[in-house]
Design a binder for this molecule. Structure first.
Ligand SMILES: Nc1ncnc2c1ncn2[C@@H]1O[C@H](COP(=O)(O)OP(=O)(O)OP(=O)(O)O)[C@@H](O)[C@H]1O
Ligand SMILES: [Mg+2]
Length: 359
């Protein structure tokens, strides 16, 4: 199915300054589901941790990605890489993004850097989904300034309400100062569980935010952890697991709201079609061995391995220090210095005797 787009792409930002509450899981699975619903989607990984990048099976660092896009070195088309999933492209994250805060801050109108960069988005793109880092720094400000809608994931917990008020307030400040059209689409409960305490906590948040809470909750689901370990989006690993079903529902809700706002047109394909498509996308990877096999579980983070420390690292360190030009050969330099001091003393003594005693 192909959708008809109205005007520029819709930018959906997933933000909360609190860490570990499901921003990346939400961004990735929402982006994949929207792609399965026939939309042309770009996922932007704005986090130096690059978890969204690895979650769609790509590696970081990328030659070009979000960092180069923010620096204005490439346009969106060149910052994008294809993903294993049709309709979905990725602007990858990288370690360099840790520096972007400092570098962007000195540019003119630093809060508009991403919005300017996204103005180069190719015409065929319907939706841009942005995964934010866990801080309200210049990157998150840029994302919310560029956003049409913001989704605020939150794990119902005793501390959640306070954090949510802060995140909400930050978004409202962006709206007041920089982006009057920004729509806070809603608060998304993530990692929910069936318990009395959880019900009380969700009710407390609903009492404060009412209609701003999205009508979908993402349940805590161990398959999410497995999906992350296999570098697969959850909805591709197992479209029927409860959290994956909830993410498909979230994509429908988001799409319906965007259609309602006149930002996108055409209804989505049926839920069954989407689940079937997601199943087909679980193709074997070239590195996975047999046909139909899942990608292997990753035991360690996908970092470039540095050299292993030598067992004699302390000796190595001494040798390394000796190799520094100022330090190597220090022994003879000290000897010469002592000799010069001694010679100076003898000459000084002789000069003193000649001056005062005349001998
Ligand atoms: N519904 C869920 N059920 C179980 N585990 C989940 C669920 N959602 C996310 N997780 C796990 O919780 C952890 C944090 O999730 P995620 O990385 O999406 O959060 P984040 O807000 O992006 O974190 P950060 O702030 O570090 O970027 C991950 O280990 C993830 O696999
Ligand atoms: Mg994250």
């Amino acid at each position: 199915m192909s959708g008809t787009k109205v005007g520029k792409p819709t930018v959906v930002v997933v933000f909360n300054q609190k860490g570990g509450i499901g921003k990346t899981t939400t961004s990735v699975n929402l982006a994949v589901c929207l792609a399965a619903l026939g939309r042309k989607v770009i996922l932007v990984d704005l986090d130096a941790q690059s978890n969204a990048t690895t979650s769609v099976g790509l590696s970081s660092p990328a030659a070009t990605g979000a960092y180069q896009l923010l620096r204005g070195e490439v346009d969106v088309a060149h910052a994008c890489r294809p993903t294993p999933y049709p309709n979905l492209r990725l602007v990858a994250g990288s370690d360099d993004l840790s520096w972007a805060d400092v570098e962007i801050a000195v540019k003119p109108d630093p809060q508009y850097v991403l919005e300017r960069a996204l103005s180069t988005t190719p015409d065929d793109v319907d939706v841009v989904v942005i995964d934010c880092p866990p801080a309200f720094g210049i990157l998150s400000v840029n994302a919310s300034v560029a956003a049409d809608v913001v989704i605020l994931p939150v794990v119902p917990s005793p501390m959640a309400l306070d954090g949510l008020h802060k995140a909400w307030w930050n978004i409202q400040r962006v709206r007041t100062h920089f982006n009057r059209d920004l729509d806070t689409m809603g608060i998304l409960f993530t990692m929910t569980e069936e318990s009395d305490l959880m019900h009380r906590l969700t009710e407390a948040i609903m009492a404060s935010f009412g209609g701003r809470v999205l009508p979908v909750m993402i349940p805590r689901d161990m398959k999410v952890i497995e999906a992350a370990a296999r570098d697969l989006p959850l909805v591709v690993l197992d479209p029927e697991t409860p959290a994956a079903v909830a993410y498909q529902r979230l994509a429908e809700v988001v799409l319906t709201r965007l259609i309602g706002k006149g930002e996108l047109t055409l209804p989505a394909t049926s839920r069954d079609d989407v689940a079937e498509l997601l199943r087909q996308w679980r193709k074997p990877r070239p590195d996975s061995g047999q046909p139909g096999a899942l990608p292997p579980v990753r035991e360690s983070p996908p970092m470039e391995a540095g050299p292993a420390p030598s067992p004699n690292w302390d000796e190595d360190l001494t040798n390394t220090v000796d190799d520094i030009p100022m330090v190597s050969g220090l022994g003879w330099k000290i000897g010469v210095a002592v000799l010069l001091v001694a010679l100076g003393s003898v000459l000084g003594f002789a000069f003193g005797r000649w001056m005062y005693l005349g001998v």
